[in-house]
Design a protein around this ligand. Structure first.
Ligand code: AMP
Length: 192
């Protein structure tokens, strides 16, 4: 399996680029944020718990999100590979992901970090909020999510550098230009 972690701060374009990667390379896509939003929409017990964290810009607890990921991963056993979007977001999640993939005879091939300056992230998220109506795309929650990103999620950069899986991508410019960089990196993973 070709497993790609698409990484970056909120608003860095992970979802947009995931769709292009899916089409180009025939990979499946797991977005933990989308899974949680669907649970909230369906008013499940899990959705009710998740909403309490999402609306405050906080992360859902590791144990809960790792369980969810494990279930979703079981449904992808025949996939050519998976794009992990929004997971892992903490070091324990990265460790759990490695364990889950190893147990299934595979591993993360590469971690792609979409780098975008903070001002642009905020502008993008505010613009998206007007269209998406997402409860967490308002200025107050955006600031909290960025704080959480810096304190809990950014340490994964060092983690994946140590694993030799880290690749940096300039996340500004046209969607096509950004995808071109991603395409070149994934193509080399396929041949290695
Ligand atoms: P996203 O759609 O990836 O921006 O995620 C939206 C929100 O869902 C986040 O701000 C978190 O509250 C929650 N969430 C999504 N993925 C995770 C994760 N891997 N760990 C913890 N919380 C998550």
């Amino acid at each position: 399996m070709l497993n790609v972690v698409i990484f970056g701060a909120p608003g860095s374009g992970k979802g947009t680029q995931s769709e292009l990667i899916m089409k180009e390379f025939g990979l499946d896509h797991i977005s933990t944020g989308e899974v949680l939003r669907s649970e909230i929409k369906n008013e499940t017990d899990l959705g009710k718990i998740a909403a309490g964290y999402i609306d405050k810009g906080q992360l859902v607890p590791d144990a809960l999100i790792i369980d969810i990921l494990s279930c979703v991963l079981d449904s992808k056993q025949n996939a050519k590979g998976v794009i992990f979007d929004g997971f892992p977001r903490t070091i324990p999640q990265a460790q759990a992901l490695k364990k889950m993939l190893n147990e299934r005879g595979t591993d993360v091939a590469v971690m792609l970090n979409l780098e975008v300056e903070e001002n642009e992230l905020i502008d993008r998220l505010l613009a998206r909020g007007k269209l998406s109506g997402r409860s967490d795309d308002n200025l107050e929650t955006i600031q909290l999510r960025l704080d959480v990103y810096h304190s809990q999620t950014a340490p994964l950069i060092v983690h994946y550098k140590q694993e030799g899986k880290y690749r940096s991508i300039k996340g500004t410019g046209t969607i096509e230009y950004i995808f071109e960089q991603i395409k070149n990196i994934i193509a080399t993973c396929q041949t290695s």
